[in-house]
Ligand binder design. Structure first.
Ligand code: CTP
Length: 436
């Protein structure tokens, strides 16, 4: 199942977008639809809404009852700041039919309606299916616009030849059949799915527990959801994922190998064994910095009175140790929970100190994000000096942004030299957004 965003612009072929929607839903995809005002003259929103089970949006200003989510997903706790949430969550954005006017706007970078604004902000692959009268299609302006979009990585689905809408006209400009549009969409999804094929990814998740006695422990509030979201996203992109999970109680993400650990020492040992064969380490676990120096073997009894103060000793800083021995072709991503205004500058210092390539900083002074929450709001700082703020979003979207950053770094450094291990899907660039 994928999240398909369908942009419908004005034209008689809009009726085929309805059938495309129906087919996509039948194939198990969750579909949201954006219509231009002009397209509503050809097909009403109610038809799309009946098929998708979700409100059609046409402008940035109308409320979205699904709060940017796709049918079948849990309703986010709050409404997103903008309607661009719909495209941020999409796995693929198909604009069909794309009128000559919409194509010209996409080429010029206009954002005068929700369809074009979403295209400008799309972090996912974008496909454009032109449909118009032949003379408009072959006009040098339209052809130049399509070439420009193609050069930016947009997939153009060429129109077919046949009878056109104007009475008696025949020529090129017919929107391809819904099955073909869906096939193009699914090919883009498959390329995205395979974009990390051949990569080995090590993820840590959850929070370690350090025994005080045989039943009590020192722990932290990490739920493991961020690490599990990272593991799912990496697996979805085709990586071989090993997930070191500390006390999460979460179901293993499909397609991942899970190593369960309890304490910081067990986590350190698992990472030590797995690190050398990984290409990317995503260190999302909250690892205890201290542990009781002499945990009691049995349960401390109440009758013995208040126990003596628990003496603590430092644990190993696992990430620093791995950072010190990493190869230049490995990418290390740390996660830092920081408090308040200096969060990012503390993070930058940590990035250097631990020899990291990327650090994901979240400001835990903000309510409702980070620990033990479904949502997060982070700044991704990279060793190449880039900083990217990811506004409050579900952890699946944060995971996507983190992996996009890793992908960007690997492509920049030319470390994306997988080849023989790959299943033939193209490399790091495959997942990157088409620049509309
Ligand atoms: N980390 C680790 N081993 C530890 C502590 C932390 O590997 N013993 C990792 C975490 O998994 C995380 C990163 O280091 O990816 C940053 O963790 P954080 O606790 O913020 O770092 P500290 O160096 O412990 O800094 P602070 O003093 O701010 O807690």
């Amino acid at each position: 199942m994928a999240r398909l965003l369908l942009g419908v612009s004005g034209g008689i072929a809009a009726y085929k977008a309805l059938e495309t929607t129906r087919l996509a839903v039948r194939h198990g995809h969750a579909v949201r639809v954006i219509q231009t005002e002009a397209s509503i003259r050809f097909v009403g929103t109610a038809s799309f809404e009946a098929i998708t089970g979700a409100q059609v949006l046409t402008s940035e200003f109308e409320p979205d009852p699904l709060r940017g989510s796709y049918p079948g997903e849990p309703l986010p706790e709050r409404s997103p700041i903008s309607h661009l949430a719909l495209v941020e969550r999409a796995d693929v954005y198909l604009i069909a039919p794309a009128s000559a006017n919409t194509i010209a706007k996409l080429t010029g970078g206009h954002a005068d309606n929700l369809l074009t604004a979403a295209a400008l902000a799309a972090p996912c692959p974008v496909a454009v299916a032109p449909a118009m009268n032949e003379r408009m299609y072959v006009h040098p302006a339209t052809q130049a616009n399509l070439e420009a979009l193609k050069a930016r990585g947009v997939t153009i689905v060429p129109p077919g030849e046949g009878e056109l809408a104007s009475h008696g006209e025949h020529g090129v400009g017919r929107l391809p059949d819904p099955a073909e549009l869906l096939a193009v969409t699914e090919a883009l999804l498959a390329a995205r799915r395979g974009s990390w094929a051949g990569l080995r990814v090590l993820v840590t998740a959850g929070g370690t527990r350090e025994p005080i006695d045989s039943v009590r422990y020192m722990g932290n509030r990490s739920s493991g959801r961020m690490g599990f979201a990272l593991a799912s996203e990496a697996a979805m992109r085709g990586a071989a994922v090993t997930l070191v999970a500390a006390n999460t109680g979460l179901a293993p993400p499909p397609g991942t190998r899970v190593i369960e650990v309890g304490t910081a020492a067990e986590l350190a040992q698992a990472c030590d064994e797995e690190f050398d064969v990984c290409d990317v380490l995503l260190m999302a676990a909250a690892v205890a910095d201290f542990r009781p120096a002499s945990p009691a073997h049995d349960k401390l009894k109440k009758e013995a009175g208040v126990p003596a103060p628990i003496e603590l000793e430092p644990t190993e800083d696992v990430l620093s140790g791995l950072g010190a021995r990493k190869r230049s072709d490995q990418i290390l991503v740390g996660f830092a929970a920081e408090h308040g205004e200096g969060a990012v500058s503390y993070g930058l210092e940590k990035l250097e100190r631990k020899h990291l390539d990327v650090l994901v900083v979240n400001d835990i002074s903000k309510p409702g994000v980070g620990f033990d929450s479904d949502e997060n709001e982070v700044t991704i700082v990279s060793a190449d000096g880039t900083q990217r703020s990811v506004p409050r979003a579900g952890k699946d979207l944060i995971a996507r942004a983190v992996l996009d950053d890793v992908e960007r770094l690997r492509a920049e450094r030319g470390t994306d030299d997988r080849g023989e291990g790959s299943d033939g899907a193209s490399g790091a660039g495959t997942r990157s957004a088409a620049r509309v």
